[in-house]
Design a protein around this ligand. Sequence first.
Ligand SMILES: Nc1ncnc2c1ncn2[C@@H]1O[C@H](COP(=O)(O)OP(=O)(O)O)[C@@H](O)[C@H]1O
Ligand SMILES: [Mg+2]
Length: 240
Amino acid sequence: MSTLLEVKRMETFYGKIQSVRGVDFTVKQGEIVALLGANGAGKSTILKTISGLIRPAQGSIALMGEDLTKKEPHTIVEMGVVHVPEGRRVFGGLAVTENLELGFFIKKRDKAKLAQNLDMVFQMFPRLAERRKQMAGTLSGGEQQMLATGRALMSEPKLLMLDEPSMGLAPIVVIDIMKIIKQINQQRGTTILLVEQNAKAALKLAHRGYVLETGSITMEDSAGNLLADDNVVKAYLGVH
Ligand SMILES: Nc1ncnc2c1ncn2[C@@H]1O[C@H](COP(=O)(O)OP(=O)(O)O)[C@@H](O)[C@H]1O
Ligand SMILES: [Mg+2]
C-alpha cells in the first residue's frame, strides 16, 4: 500500500504552550488509522495542523509527497483532505440537503455531479434521506454526526479526518456510526484518520492505531494487538 499521509516531527504550539511534541505517523492508502488518547492529549490539534487551521512550528506534513504546511485550508480541502471537526458543526437553521450541498465545492457548476453525490450520501445514510428537508438543528446527535460525515463525503475526499465522531452519543448510536465509517472505507475506498477517546470502539474498525499522551506518540501497533492487550486498554485507553 502506498503512503497517503506522512507526518514527520510535527510540533505545534498555542502561543508558548506546546501541544504537539515531535509527532511522526503515516496513513496508507485505503487504511483506517485510529489516533487515540485522553482528553487534552493533542488529537484535535494534530487534525487542525494537518488541515492548515494552525501552522506547525516544526516538521512536515505530506499528502502523496506534496507538502501541506504552507497551503491554505481551502487548498488542502481541494487537495482531498476533509476534516469533520469535534462537535460536528452542522448549520442548524439549514435543511439536511442544504447542509450537504455546502460540502460540494468540487466542479461547482456540475449539477449532475452534485445530484450524483447527494444520491451517494443518501444511499450511505438512509436516515438522512428520510429527513432531507428537516432542519439540521432538529436532528439527533447521531443524525448530526451522519450529516457532518455525509457533508464531508460530498467532496469525495482522499483522506477523511473524523474528530471524535462518537462523542456524546449513546452506545447503540456509537455502534451505528462506527459501522458507517467502516462502510465508507470498504465501499468507497476512502482512507480515514479517526480520532477517538473511545479507544475500544475505534480499534474495532481501525487497521492500525497510535496512542498519544501529552503531545507525544507512546505506542503504535495493529488495531488487533492494541485491542488484545488488556493492560494497554486499561492503562492508556480507558474502559468503554
Ligand atoms: N485554542 C487553544 N489555545 C490554547 N491551548 C489550547 C487550545 N486548544 C487546545 N489547547 C491545549 O492543547 C492541548 C491539546 O488539546 P487538544 O488538541 O484539543 O486535545 P484533544 O483533542 O486530544 O483533547 C491541551 O492542553 C489544550 O488545553
Ligand atoms: Mg479533541
